[in-house]
Design a binder for this molecule. Structure first.
Ligand code: SAH
Length: 469
């Protein structure tokens, strides 16, 4: 059969058979592959080609001829326009299946593990208990101006910085809506200008809201192009009166022309400078800029699994690499002999130390630096007497790009009995596991945790054990 040729604006009927990493449906017309946003595997659709390359192209959904059994009506009216969720048109069950498969495929294709092994050591994907919405404990809403020149709060449309006015994002808490409406009303009556990214003029840039799910405490932080704004106290009074759970209101100064949300200085306008929350039986102080897992319910489940994989009896020496504010380290510390945390951001390490002290944890030590530098440096001063050089367990929780090779090499030299790998990118996870398992380790168990429901992101926890044990 001759190759089919396609051009921009062609209308094609295809069946969606797969989904890519970004949540776009994939379908084939002859040998030509089309990527179509807003479709679900199993859909039969009519699409319009927007961009055609030699063997593949991108198309826009024009009509659903017959819907996939996995298709569902999105809960949010802005689901298609907004850049936040990619999987709202897929049933939650199908979403969980999709995520688990994605990890499995990466382990087989990129990790070099056999499908039988990957399948046999899998634990079933852990989804949200009730609803896959309202799970985020932190939300950052941009403030801007609509076409009529009125202030709006909402979310960025996909791939742009146009703001879709929406005070009720379904991934955020219900209380956020009331907070945003009060702030928006205040901005209007006080005639305060929203920030304009192009001209760098105007004051209100973002509204950040955080909530401690267990403590119930709320923090509101205004990101301002300036050091203050008119009648600050009035806004604080109103917020606190209407929402007594607010325990902290801050102002973050960001006068730079940048798309980085927060600036370097934060001032307390009302109440405390941080709110508290608990994970397991560890208490955390969370300030405006600190990193904290955004889905605390799922994070707690995941850490519990990481702890189970670490199989601690109370005597072990453990490294927690990429430790952030020490969440996993402190979770492990109560069951370990000694925990060593490593993290690149100095503020996070100072939070980790404070959190350890506040919880009376004395067997955790923290180091600032790159994992791939701190670990080899310790190892080069090898002292066989010191358990630090020969830990029982190493836990890693790297950012999307995964572990540096130097870090993996040193882990292989240290030869812990168990390695627990927490990952937010299954492609780099598989790449790193390949290195570890070509040498001394074997894949013993893995499980996906849905921490970012309705989006394509998936978290995985993996247990490797040393082949000698
Ligand atoms: N384990 C923590 C944080 C995980 S996020 C938690 O669960 O809360 C990944 C962390 O790795 C971030 O805090 C980031 O600042 C840190 N990081 C990024 N590159 C690093 C590197 N090369 N060495 C050490 N830490 C790094």
């Amino acid at each position: 059969m001759a190759e089919m040729q396609f051009q921009k604006n062609d209308l094609v009927t295809i069946e969606i058979t797969d989904m890519d990493e970004k949540g776009q449906g994939i379908g084939k017309a002859g040998g030509f592959t089309l990527f179509v946003k807003d479709t679900v595997p199993g859909d039969k659709v009519k699409v319009k080609i927007m961009k055609a390359k030699k063997n593949y192209g991108f198309a826009k959904l024009t009509e659903i001829l017959s819907p996939s059994p996995d298709r569902t009506k999105p809960e949010c009216p802005y689901a298609r326009a907004c850049g936040g969720c990619q999987l709202q048109e897929m049933s939650y069950e199908a979403e969980l299946r999709f995520k688990e498969n994605k990890v499995k495929n990466n382990l087989v294709r990129l990790g070099g593990f056999s499908e039988e092994l990957v399948e046999s050591v899998k634990e079933p994907v852990a989804g949200m208990n009730d609803s896959p919405y309202r799970y985020r404990n932190k939300a950052q809403y941009p403030v801007g101006t609509n076409k009529e020149g009125n202030p709006v709060v909402g979310f960025y449309a996909g791939h742009t910085h146009d703001i879709i006015a929406n005070t009720d994002c379904l991934l955020g808490r219900e209380v956020n809506r009331k907070i945003l409406e009060i702030v928006l009303e205040f901005i209007k009556t006080e005639k305060i200008r929203p920030y304009n990214e192009t001209t760098n003029v105007g004051e209100f840039r973002h509204i950040l809201i955080r909530e401690g799910f267990k403590s119930g405490e709320i923090m509101v932080c205004f990101v301002i192009n300036g050091k203050s704004f008119k009648n600050e106290e009035k806004l604080c009074e109103k917020l606190v009166k209407e929402i007594p759970r607010i325990k902290s209101i801050c102002l973050n100064v960001n006068e730079e022309k940048t798309n980085v949300i927060m600036g370097n200085t934060t001032r307390v306008l009302w109440g405390k400078e941080s709110i508290t929350d608990e994970m397991g039986d560890v208490k955390f102080d969370i300030s405006a800029r600190s990193f904290y897992q955004v889905n605390p319910v799922q994070a707690e489940k995941l850490y519990t699994k990481a702890l189970e994989y670490a199989a601690l009896s109370g005597k072990e020496s453990v490294w927690d690499l990429y430790c952030g504010i020490g969440t996993i380290s402190l979770f492990l510390a109560k069951n370990a002999g000694k925990v060593y945390g490593v993290e690149i951001i100095p503020e996070a390490i100072s939070d980790a130390k404070k959190n350890a002290a506040a919880n009376g944890i004395t067997n955790a030590e923290f180091f600032v630096g790159k994992a791939e530098e701190v670990l080899p440096e310790f190892y080069s001063k090898n002292n066989p007497e010191n358990t630090m050089f020969h830990p029982d367990v190493i836990v890693v929780d790297p950012p999307r790009k995964g572990c540096d090779e130097k870090c993996l090499e040193t882990m292989l030299l240290m030869e812990p009995e168990r390695i627990v790998y927490v990952s937010c990118d299954s492609a780099t996870l598989a790449r790193d596991l390949k290195i570890l398992c070509e040498n001394k380790y074997e894949l013993k168990a893995w499980q996906c945790y849905d921490q970012f429901s309705r989006t394509v992101h998936v978290e995985t926890v993996i247990l490797l054990t040393h082949t000698k044990s």
